[in-house]
Design a protein around this ligand. Structure first.
Ligand SMILES: Nc1nc2c(ncn2[C@@H]2O[C@H](COP(=O)(O)OP(=O)(O)OP(=O)(O)O)[C@@H](O)[C@H]2O)c(=O)[nH]1
Ligand SMILES: [Mg+2]
Length: 465
C-alpha cells in the first residue's frame, strides 16, 4: 500500500497493561482529527494545521462523562506512522481507558492489530524492517544487554553494514554483465581475476556482518537459567545433574562462591545454566567473602531469563521463605523446586510454602539431584517457561535467526557464483546467481519480504506499538 492512500484509522491502548499513573490511547490515520473533535469538543480547535505538532490539556468526553486529558498531536507526515497521530494521556485506570477506547471505536476507529503502528511506519517508508524489529526488541527487552543490542539495531547498525555490501554485489554484477558484450574467444577482456577479488571481498563483508550480528545478539540469544536458593539447598548438585558438570558439592553451607556456567540442553535448544552461591544472609553467616559471592549472584539474577528457586525439602517448617522471595528481582519468571526429596526427614511443602513457590504452576516441582528424580519434568517445565510464554518470549533469538539465515544465504550464493566463474559457466548465469545474494540481503530490510513474513514479524509486537 502506498503512502497517502486512505485506510482505516486505528486505535489502541499504548501504555502497559494494568493500573498506572497514566494511560495512553494512540490513534493513527486520516480520521484522527475528526475523532479528536468528537471527543474533545471545542478544545480540538487547538489542533494545528498539517505537518505540525502540539500538546494541550482538555477534557475527554467518553459519552457518559468527561476526564482530564493531555493531548499530543503529531500531524502527518511528522509522526511515527507518517499519518496524523493523536495520543490521549488519561488517568491510568484500566476501566476508564477501556471506556474511552470503546468511545473512539464507536466513533469509527478500528482497534489496531499488534504492531500495526510500527507496520504503518514501515509501510510508509519511515523505518526499514530491521529497525521495526529493533523497536519490537526494545519493547520486549528485559535486561540491559538486550536493550543495548536493540538500540544498536535501532541505530541501523546492521543496515549500515548492508549498504556497502549491496553496492559491492551490484558492482560485480555490472562487471559480469558488461563482460557479456565481449566475444567468448576474447577471454582477455573478461576480468576474471578482478571478479574473483570482488567476490572474495563480498564474502569477507558478509562474514563481518554476520560477526556483528552474533556479537550483538550473543548475550541475548541464549536464555539464562539461574539456580538460586539458600546454602546447601542442593543447587550445585542440580547443576551437575542437569548440565553434566562437576561443580564442587559438599554438606558444608557456602560451598559455592563463584558463579558457574554450563550449557544445558533443553528440548531442541541450548540454555546457559548458572549456579550461584547460596545467599549467606539466609544462614546467618556474614563475612566479606559472602558479601562478594552474593553480589555476583545478585547480578546473575538480574539478567536471568528464568530463576530456579531451590528449596530444601528438609528445611525447618518455621523458617521464613518470604526472606528468600524478597531477594528475587521483580519481573523475572521463577520456578520453585522442592529439592533433596529423597532424604530422610524430607517433608511435603506446607500451604504457605506451596503458595510462595508456586508462582506459575500447581506447586513446587519435586526433585532429587542424587537420585535423578523429577529432572525430566523440570526440563519440560523450563522449556515451557522459556518458549511457551507468548509472543514476546524469545523474540531476540528469532530475529537473530532470521538475520543470520539471510546473511548465510547471501554468503552461499556468493560462493556459488565464485565456483561458477572458475568453472567457466556463462556469465549471465553467474550474474543471476549473484542476484540471489542481493535478494537475500534485501530480505533483512524488508525490500522483498512477503506479506506472510511481515505478518509474522509484526504479530510479535505488543498492542499499541
Ligand atoms: N540426599 C540428597 N542429598 C543431596 C541432594 N542434592 C544435594 N545433596 C547434598 O546436599 C549437600 C549440599 O548440596 P550442594 O549441591 O552443594 O548445595 P548448594 O545449594 O550448591 O550449596 P551452596 O553451594 O553451599 O550454596 C551435599 O552434601 C549434597 O551431596 C539430593 O537430591 N539428595
Ligand atoms: Mg553450591
Amino acid at each position: 500500500m502506498s503512502v497517502g492512500e486512505t485506510r482505516d484509522t486505528i486505535v489502541a491502548v499504548a501504555s502497559p497493561p494494568g493500573p498506572g499513573r497514566r494511560g495512553i490511547l494512540r490513534v493513527s490515520g486520516t480520521g484522527a482529527r475528526g475523532l479528536s473533535e468528537a471527543v474533545l469538543g471545542s478544545a480540538a480547535q487547538a489542533i494545528p494545521g498539517p505537518g505540525q505538532r502540539a500538546w494541550f490539556e482538555a477534557e475527554f468526553f467518553d459519552g457518559t462523562g468527561s476526564q482530564p486529558v493531555l493531548v499530543l498531536w503529531m500531524g502527518a507526515p511528522r509522526s511515527y506512522t507518517r499519518e496524523d497521530v493523536v495520543e490521549f494521556h488519561l488517568p491510568g485506570s484500566p476501566p476508564l481507558l477501556q471506556c474511552a477506547l470503546a468511545r473512539l471505536v464507536a466513533l469509527g476507529a478500528r482497534p489496531a492489530h499488534r504492531g500495526e503502528f510500527t507496520r504503518r511506519a514501515f509501510e510508509n517508508g519511515r523505518i526499514d524492517l530491521s529497525r521495526a524489529e529493533a523497536i519490537c526488541e526494545l519493547v520486549a527487552a528485559g535486561t540491559d544487554s538486550e536493550r543495548r543490542a536493540a538500540i544498536e539495531l535501532l541505530g541501523g547498525g546492521l543496515s549500515r553494514r548492508l549498504v556497502p555490501l549491496r553496492e559491492a554485489l551490484d558492482g560485480i554484477r555490472a562487471l559480469l554483465e558488461a563482460s557479456l558484450d565481449f566475444d567468448v574467444e576474447d577471454t582477455g577482456h573478461v576480468p576474471t581475476e578482478e571478479l574473483l577479488l570482488g567476490l572474495d571481498a563480498a564474502t569477507e563483508g558478509l562474514d563481518r556482518a554476520l560477526a556483528f550480528e552474533v556479537r550483538r545478539q550473543a548475550p541475548t540469544a541464549l536464555p539464562r537459567v539461574v539456580l538460586f536458593g539458600a546454602p546447601n539447598a542442593g543447587k550445585s548438585s542440580l547443576f551437575n545433574a542437569l548440565a553434566g558438570e562437576r561443580a564442587l558439592v559438599s554438606d558444608e553451607a557456602g560451598t559455592t562462591r563463584d558463579v558457574l556456567r554450563a550449557l544445558w540442553r533443553v528440548g531442541e535448544n541450548d540454555v546457559l545454566l548458572v549456579d550461584t552461591a547460596g545467599f549467606a544472609g539466609l544462614s546467618g553467616r556474614k563475612e566479606r567473602l559472602d558479601a562478594l559471592a552474593r553480589e555476583r549472584a545478585e547480578s546473575e539474577l538480574e539478567s536471568a531469563s528464568l530463576v530456579l528457586w531451590v528449596v530444601d525439602a528438609c528445611r525447618d517448617p518455621a523458617a521464613e521463605l518470604g526472606t528468600e522471595r524478597r531477594l528475587l528481582p521483580g519481573g523475572v519468571p521463577v520456578l520453585g523446586l522442592w529439592s533433596r526429596i529423597d532424604r530422610p526427614g524430607a517433608r511435603e511443602p506446607n500451604e504457605a510454602e506451596r503458595s510462595l513457590l508456586a508462582a506459575s504452576q500447581a506447586g513446587p516441582l519435586e526433585v532429587s539431584a542424587s537420585r535423578g528424580l523429577g529432572l525430566g519434568a523440570l526440563t519440560r517445565a523450563v522449556e515451557r517457561a522459556l518458549w511457551d510464554t507468548g509472543a514476546e518470549a524469545g523474540v531476540a533469538r528469532e530475529l537473530f535467526v532470521r538475520h543470520r539465515e539471510a546473511l548465510a544465504a547471501a554468503r552461499a550464493r556468493v560462493a556459488e557464483a565464485r565456483a561458477e566463474l572458475l568453472a567457466g559457466v556463462a556469465l549471465d548465469l553467474v550474474a543471476e546467481t549473484l542476484r540471489g545474494a542481493t535478494a537475500a540481503l534485501d530480505e533483512i530490510e524488508g525490500h522483498t519480504s512477503s506479506e506472510d513474513l511481515l505478518d509474522r514479524i509484526f504479530a510479535r509486537f505488543c498492542l499499541g506499538k
